[in-house]
Design a protein around this ligand. Sequence first.
Ligand SMILES: CC(C)(COP(=O)([O-])OP(=O)([O-])OC[C@H]1O[C@@H](n2cnc3c(N)ncnc32)[C@H](O)[C@@H]1OP(=O)([O-])[O-])[C@@H](O)C(=O)NCCC(=O)NCCSC(=O)C[C@@](C)(O)CC(=O)[O-]
Ligand SMILES: NC(=O)C1=CN([C@@H]2O[C@H](COP(=O)(O)OP(=O)(O)OC[C@H]3O[C@@H](n4cnc5c(N)ncnc54)[C@H](O)[C@@H]3O)[C@@H](O)[C@H]2O)C=CC1
Length: 409
Amino acid sequence: MTKKFYQLSARERLEAMDLTPSLTAFYRERQSDEMPNLIENYFADFTLPEGLLRHLVVDGRSYQVPMVTEEPSVVAAANNGARLVGQAGGFQSHQTSQSLLGGQILFQDVAIDELLAYVSEQREAIFEAAKLAKPSMVERGDGLKDVQIRSLAGRRASLDLTVQTGEAMGANAVNTILEAVKAVFQPFSKNIVAAILTNAGHDALVTVTTQMPVSLVGGLAVAKAIVSLSAFGKVDPDRAVTENKGIFNGLSAVVLATGNDYRAVEAAGHAYAGSTGRYQSLSTWKLDDTGEFLLGSLTMPVNIGRLGGAIAAMPMAQRNLELLGAPSLGALKKVIVATGLANNLAALKAVSGPGIQAGHMRMQARTLAIQVGAVGDEVLKVANGLAAEGAVDQNHAKKILGEIRKNDA
Ligand SMILES: CC(C)(COP(=O)([O-])OP(=O)([O-])OC[C@H]1O[C@@H](n2cnc3c(N)ncnc32)[C@H](O)[C@@H]1OP(=O)([O-])[O-])[C@@H](O)C(=O)NCCC(=O)NCCSC(=O)C[C@@](C)(O)CC(=O)[O-]
Ligand SMILES: NC(=O)C1=CN([C@@H]2O[C@H](COP(=O)(O)OP(=O)(O)OC[C@H]3O[C@@H](n4cnc5c(N)ncnc54)[C@H](O)[C@@H]3O)[C@@H](O)[C@H]2O)C=CC1
């Protein structure tokens, strides 16, 4: 019987794709032994560059932070922000919870009083079902910690479970527990719509702060400009979404480098950014009462792991955790949020000061050089030529590349 596409080996898949010989050769060179089992229909590895945030100081400890991103100037911005904050002693963290992940059993057409009464009567059975579903968690002191009913519009309700997940993100564990607990609600089986974890992260908030003399950012006028721009992120969602993108520039780069689920972290972050009813920037920058210090803070939910998921299966993720000094899960979360705040500071300083283009486009120049066909040494030569001309666009890049090739011929 012919195999289905997903049953083929990675090599066989390339043959089945019926590609040109050059495309087949290209992808074949990019097949590895490490990745095929991570996802489905695997046919090649896609590589992204990894850059270093050299000194990120959090709670008095200095970290070398791996960052995976495709965007020029993000790693430079992280280093820039972390350097400024480092001179003031670094970031402080205020982690407000253990590793807690939520789950929901969703009910419709339900009489809330009946459900409340049933939950209170079956509390022990609920905890027992959770324990039997994941006994190893309970042995470690983790597992189901709380159960609450939340009434929703239109005779709907959510049974909210809070699960302590130890050193893992716990997504699969929570889903397993939810499906086991669902079985306790047999009398309501017709009312149950789904049992699935929530990425909201209400119980996984991490806060990172900094207090720095205004002189470090270039004086009171610069600090005031940063504060003024930050205030727009509180009143205008259009500005807030851009500012948050700048935060995730750094934050997601570390989440990715450690093999964690960046979609989960970003979804939770954006939901938290909208938790007041209006979408706002996740960070806050203000001056202290004396006007001598710039105060920055970033609070957001972070549900990640130090093991489990894809982390164990990706050698780069493993090595990157080693590079970070094998931090505890709590410390890793702080590093991730602090990197986001470092990027945010650098971006706000650039955008409220000279503008983003000067620094960003200098670094974008290398990407532009590659886009117009520069290879090897030509890439830097074109980038330097663009910087010298003060015009970073494709036409100039093409012109400079043409001149370099003419001179080298
Ligand atoms: C680009 C810089 C850093 C230039 O910054 P600068 O002050 O013009 O340059 P500098 O040469 O004085 O360098 C200052 C520090 O930046 C770092 N740095 C400098 N160059 C490098 C490099 N090549 N590689 C690694 N690190 C670098 C390094 O730490 C250096 O200190 P030093 O070590 O020299 O004492 C600055 O202008 C900056 O931070 N800009 C922000 C860039 C940014 O945020 N880019 C992301 C893309 S834009 C975006 O996506 C979102 C955004 C920005 O719109 C969000 C928002 O609006 O809020
Ligand atoms: N909505 C979402 O965000 C969803 C995400 N996912 C994916 O789930 C993955 C993460 O799931 P996890 O449950 O974290 O991974 P996992 O399923 O690999 O579980 C963690 C494993 O580590 C073991 N373990 C050993 N020591 C531990 C300790 N000290 N603390 C905790 N666990 C320990 C556990 O017993 C378990 O086998 C990610 O890849 C994510 O993309 C899956 C479903 C939904």
